[in-house]
Design a protein around this ligand. Structure first.
Ligand code: ZN
Length: 311
């Protein structure tokens, strides 16, 4: 064998070795790709099985709940479509068990039988105006913790209000009646004063009306004009707070009112979380006479007067 032949043979062998190395590398790469693909495939398939398997029923809950939450925000349809995509990757059996109890069982199975509607359940809100020219027959409330202004109440419900205030005092909870009946004229003045405040700040007529309506009920929409609504707080609390504020709910006086108001025919008229239904923000001080039967039905079922009247 000549030197040239030997050199050629060496080069041939080198090429063969290189080819073998390449094949090996290719093989490894292919093997690696197959592994990765199969891991991804089974991961996706695994979720698919969870979706269509026994967990299927529970999976509907997070989507359903998302619908309920966003309905309150007024954007139900938009976020519903994204809600279907988001819960899927996080599917684990534990979080799926919890959403069910957050649905309101009170709405599905009413407590007690619903009493008939009557004069005492008259609905007045920003969508349902008080009948024009309606003036209730009112009398002064006999109680020494009453505001000198707006201290009258519908004669048919005045006894109940006096009894509630007296019983609260006997139980150790001294109340103060901030505001009861307001005449239509009084409400008109109250509203116009607020409108003028905004006009003085440079707002145009329409905007001033819009802004004022956030703070004072538009005449015809205030429950106080029915003679059936009363703003009640504790007298010591009122001495330290010139305004009606939400922290009244932290007092024992509020607890007493919330627990016993229905016994006297009153309801907490603007509950927390019902703003979209009542059109009014939470007011822990505002109680409305609706009659004992209706009050018990409304408070026991945690509904509003709007929902009671719609049933
Ligand atoms: Zn009020």
């Amino acid at each position: 064998m000549t030197r040239e032949q030997a050199e050629k043979l060496r080069q041939q062998r080198r090429r063969q070795r290189l080819r073998k190395k390449r094949i090996k590398a290719f093989g490894l790469l292919a093997f690696f790709i197959i592994i990765v693909f199969s891991v991804v495939f089974f991961a996706i398939k695994g979720i698919g099985y969870l979706k269509s398997g026994s967990e299927g029923q529970d999976l509907e809950n997070p989507i359903g709940n998302a619908g309920i939450i966003t309905e309150e925000n007024g954007e139900g349809e938009n976020s519903d479509s994204t809600a279907e995509e988001t819960p899927a990757p996080e599917v684990t059996p534990e979080p799926d068990v919890t959403p069910a109890p957050t649905e309101e069982p009170a709405n599905t199975t009413p407590v007690g039988t619903k009493p008939e509607q009557s004069w005492s359940t008259m609905l007045v809100n920003k969508w349902s105006y008080m009948p024009e020219g309606y003036v209730p027959d009112v009398r002064e409330i006999s109680y020494d913790g009453v505001s000198p202004l707006n201290n009258k109440f519908d004669v048919r419900a005045a006894d109940a209000l006096e009894l509630m205030l007296a019983d609260a005092r006997a139980a150790g909870y001294n109340m103060y009646l901030v505001s009861a009946y307001r005449s239509h004229d009084y409400q008109v003045n109250l509203f116009n004063r607020k409108v003028n405040e905004y006009k003085a700040l440079g707002y145009d007529d329409a905007t001033a009306h819009e802004q004022a309506s956030q703070w004072v009920a538009i005449p015809g929409t205030s429950e106080h004009c029915t003679g059936l609504a009363a703003d009640i707080v504790s007298s010591t609390w009122y001495n330290h707070n010139s305004d009606l504020t939400h922290d009244f709910e932290d007092t024992e006086h509020f607890d007493w009112l919330y627990e016993h108001c229905a016994d006297y025919g009153f309801i907490l008229r603007y509950p927390k979380g019902a703003e979209a239904v009542t059109g009014i923000t939470y007011e822990p001080w505002h109680y409305r006479f609706v009659g004992v039967e209706a009050a018990k039905y409304i408070m026991d079922n945690h509904i509003t007067l709007e929902e009671f009247c719609a049933q």
